[in-house]
Ligand binder design. Structure first.
Ligand SMILES: *[C@@H]1O[C@H](CO)[C@@H](O)[C@H](O)[C@H]1NC(C)=O
Ligand SMILES: *[C@@H]1O[C@H](CO)[C@@H](O)[C@H](O)[C@H]1NC(C)=O
Ligand SMILES: *[C@@H]1O[C@H](CO)[C@@H](O)[C@H](O)[C@H]1NC(C)=O
Ligand SMILES: *[C@@H]1O[C@H](CO)[C@@H](O)[C@H](O)[C@H]1NC(C)=O
Length: 374
């Protein structure tokens, strides 16, 4: 391993914070993570990662070069984890209702077995389909797996809620000292964090229904003018049915009518979700026959204008009113100095599928800092 290259505090232990921390630690940085929610907090609704699908299903049309680069990197990285059992390979189908065939996906040369589907393969009402091979992961298990990789590299996760971005520069959260670089992977927390206060950060509410369907091994998605349905099997036999895209909706309660609509729409997409369904049955399966494990609501941490990934140099303590510590070992009288923040938040619904690409960019920025900007 290379010699230590500086102390980095990553704020946030969602998939972005964890993956950035892992790439930094693997490359010789001394890394700590502080976070309000830790990977074991599976039921925290302030925390987006445990609620994710999560499969690789790209949203950009190809013009967003940065997003496509992140997603290409993460596609390949997580593909390489399939033999370890952390991720599962599966067939994907995307359905369309349009007169003309949709343009080819930007990812057609990335995902194996990409093809346009034949009309006789499509469910009723669907005019075109695209098939390819992708992967899915069990999001709650995957973030715990990232945590165990980090711990094996000596990276500590500490629970702490910070109010101001300057705190890690002034307050030693571990006995190892103050940060020289802070990675801001706070997701929606970015909206209220002092020194960041990014009003462009907003939630996209997602309600999903987790069912037990170990026989089902195909991921499907449709988007009928904004009505989105998807089916995502996870390793282990659970399947996620979605969904909703409630922009600016902070409501973390689940809605019974959404649950019913989601199950009905997904069964219409593929009756074989019900394992009792046989191919010579004429009547559609009964939604009540679907074993529901859990109804989930998560807030996807989006940002107007796209994810923020950049280096910012700030002066701490923040002026004119320095942060007032709650703890007693905060060095509030510290001499004013310049410090570096790498912002990495606002990825919205694409956190898992972009994570490893974002982490590469964060590593590059940290390396630039370590070798010059101080
Ligand atoms: C992690 O933090 C705990 C509590 O602060 C400490 O006891 C432990 O030694 C730390 N581990 C490492 C690897 O720094
Ligand atoms: C991260 O960025 C957000 C948005 O700009 C901000 O509100 C938050 O305070 C920042 N957090 C840290 C730890 O810098
Ligand atoms: C979208 O869903 C709503 C509510 O279920 C329905 O009324 C509407 O017709 C749907 N729109 C399309 C284009 O499918
Ligand atoms: C949140 O959603 C639930 C379930 O749909 C609903 O009953 C409740 O009124 C909503 N709360 C707010 C503040 O909109």
């Amino acid at each position: 391993m290379s010699p230590p290259r500086g102390r980095v505090t990553v704020v946030g232990a969602g998939v972005i914070g964890l993956t950035c921390a892992l790439r930094l630690a693997e490359n010789g940085f001394n890394v700590d993570i502080i976070a309000r929610d830790l990977p074991s907090d599976e039921d925290s609704q302030q925390f987006a990662s445990p609620w994710a699908g999560a499969n690789w299903h790209s949203f950009p049309t190809g013009e967003d070069e940065r997003q496509c680069r992140w997603e290409t990197h993460a596609y390949k990285k997580i593909w390489s984890l399939i033999p370890s059992g952390v991720a599962m390979k599966l067939d994907a189908e995307e359905y369309f209702r349009s007169e003309t065939p949709p343009p080819p996906l930007w990812s057609k040369d990335l995902t194996p077995n990409y093809r346009e589907m034949f009309p006789n393969e499509l469910p009723p009402g669907v005019t075109h389909g695209i098939a390819y091979t992708t992967w899915s992961i069990d999001a709650p298990k995957y973030i715990k797996w990232l945590q165990s990789r980090l711990e094996s590299l000596g990276v500590n996760l500490t629970r702490a809620t910070i109010q101001s971005i300057e705190e890690p520069f002034l307050h030693p959260y571990t006995d190892k000292g103050l940060a020289s670089i802070v990675v801001n992977a706070t997701g929606l927390g970015a909206r209220t964090l002092r020194g960041v206060e990014d009003e462009a950060a907003f939630p996209i509410r997602g309600q999903t229904v987790l069912i037990w369907a170990p026989h089902y091994k195909k991921t499907l998605s449709t988007n009928w003018e904004g009505n989105v349905s998807y089916i995502i099997p996870r390793p282990g036999g659970q399947v996620i049915l979605g969904g909703t895209y409630g922009k600016d909706d902070w409501n973390v309660s689940s809605s019974q009518s959404d649950t019913e609509r989601i199950v009905k729409d997904c069964l219409a997409l593929d009756p074989f979700l019900a394992h009792t369904h046989s191919s010579n049955s004429i009547s559609p399966p009964d939604p009540a026959s679907i074993p529901i494990v859990k109804v989930n609501v998560g807030l996807r941490p989006a940002r107007k204008g796209g994810a923020r990934l950049e280096l910012e140099t700030i002066q701490v303590p923040l002026q004119p009113q320095p942060f007032k510590p709650r703890g007693n070992n905060l060095n509030e009288f510290a001499a004013s100095r310049e410090v570096n923040i790498i912002h990495a938040y606002g990825i919205g619904p694409a956190g898992f599928q972009a994570s490893w690409g974002i982490a590469e960019d964060v590593l590059k920025l940290a390396e630039e800092c370590a070798s010059g900007c101080q």
